[in-house]
Structure formats: structure tokens, C-alpha cells
Design a protein around this ligand. Sequence first.
Ligand code: HEC
Length: 207
Amino acid sequence: MSIRTILIVGLLIAFGASPLYAQSDDALKVKRHFKIKKPARLTPPEAMSVYDNVSEQMVKGYAVSKDPSAMKFGSWRRYNSAPYNSATHGNRYVNNYGNAKARGYDKMKAGDKMPAGAIIAKDSFTVTGDRGVFAGALFLMEKLDAGKSPDTGDWRYQMIMPDGSLFGDSQGTGANEVSFCHGCHAAKAGRDFLFYIPKKFQIRFLD
Ligand code: HEC
């Protein structure tokens, strides 16, 4: 994973960010050039309460894409206890959701594989030092039928912008734009290319 790729991811997500809580018309005007100079450092309860306030609006934006996962992921199981900062996804606060087929995401051992149809969705948002809240991209990984995409461990990667526009789909439009996804996830080949969640934010489910 090169520094350049990490920078590109960060910049793209920053440029795609759109304000949820615009405090003034100026905030709206500058949204295409938004960059986080001083991101807020939130405690987990603070991050959770910001997320509770904005998640509905975030889902509405992603749903404009008409992607079935973008429209439904909000009703899936959330695997993290509170939004956490992800340096690898543009330094945004993120959450990880899994659909019914992805049950067992929290119990994956070395060598395990997700079944076809399993989908993990990672939404994201930013909070600036002055408490402006901006939606970030939605990151999706979907397990395809065996043999469908051997180069990516049969995972399909998608990135959907906060306004619902598609940044890239490894199985369709803009495939090149999202080839860096697997470039990094390849590091976890032994766990079916899944990184999972930082320890502090993991939840143990009984089923
Ligand atoms: C530089 C490395 C890197 C890149 C590039 C990257 N990811 Fe990730 N991804 C991670 C890490 C690390 C985690 C787990 C921790 C976290 O959330 O920050 C993760 C977690 C995820 C998850 C949750 C499933 C899991 O692995 O546990 C999804 C979904 C995801 N990434 C999608 C994407 C998509 C889509 C792209 C491309 C648009 C992408 N990622 C690019 C490193 C990366």
C-alpha cells in the first residue's frame, strides 16, 4: 500500500464530503473543497451521539444511488460498539454493518471464508474541530459466487459518495477507481481479506 494511494483515498473522500449540519450559507458553498484541517477528537459516546443525529440523513444520501445495500444497510447488524476513527478510510469515523449472510463476521478464524451473498457496509462521517459534521463515502464489500472474481478473492468492492453518486464498482463502472481497495485488503488473505474492527470497538454476539 503506497502513501500515494492512501493520500488519494483521503483526498477523494474529502472532496466528496457533503455537509449535514451546515451552519451558514458559506459552509454550503465550500462543500466541494472541504478539507479537514482540525478534525475533532471524540470520545466513543460523543461519536455515538453525533452518529445518532446524522445517520438517517447519511442513509438518505447513499440511497440516492439505488444500490440495494446502500438502501438497506441501516437495518443490518452493526458490529462496532461506537463509530471509530479509520485512518485507512480517509480518517473518517466509520461503522461496520453486515447483512444476514455475513453473520459470523465477528467469529472469523484463519482460513474461514464468508459465503456468497455476504455483504459488509462501512459508512463514514467527519466531525471538524468546530463541530461541523460531514457525511463521507459508503464502502461496500460483497462476496460473489466462487470463481466470479479470482483476482479479488471473489469480493466486489464499491465506493458510493455521500450524495449517492457511484465512485467505483470493481464489477462495473469505475472499476479502476476502486482497484486500490483490494490492493490493501489483500494483506488479510488468510482471513478472507477482512480486517475486522479495532479491539476496543468489538462486540461479542451470541449468534
Ligand atoms: C490502506 C488500506 C485500505 C484501503 C485502501 C481500503 N481499506 Fe477497507 N479496511 C482497511 C482496514 C484496516 C479495515 C478495518 C479497520 C477499519 O475499519 O479501519 C478495513 C475495513 C473495511 C471494511 C469492513 C470489512 C473488513 O475488512 O473488516 C469494508 C467494507 C471496507 N474496508 C471496504 C473498503 C473499500 C470499498 C475500499 C476502497 C474504496 C477500501 N476498503 C480500501 C484497510 C483498507
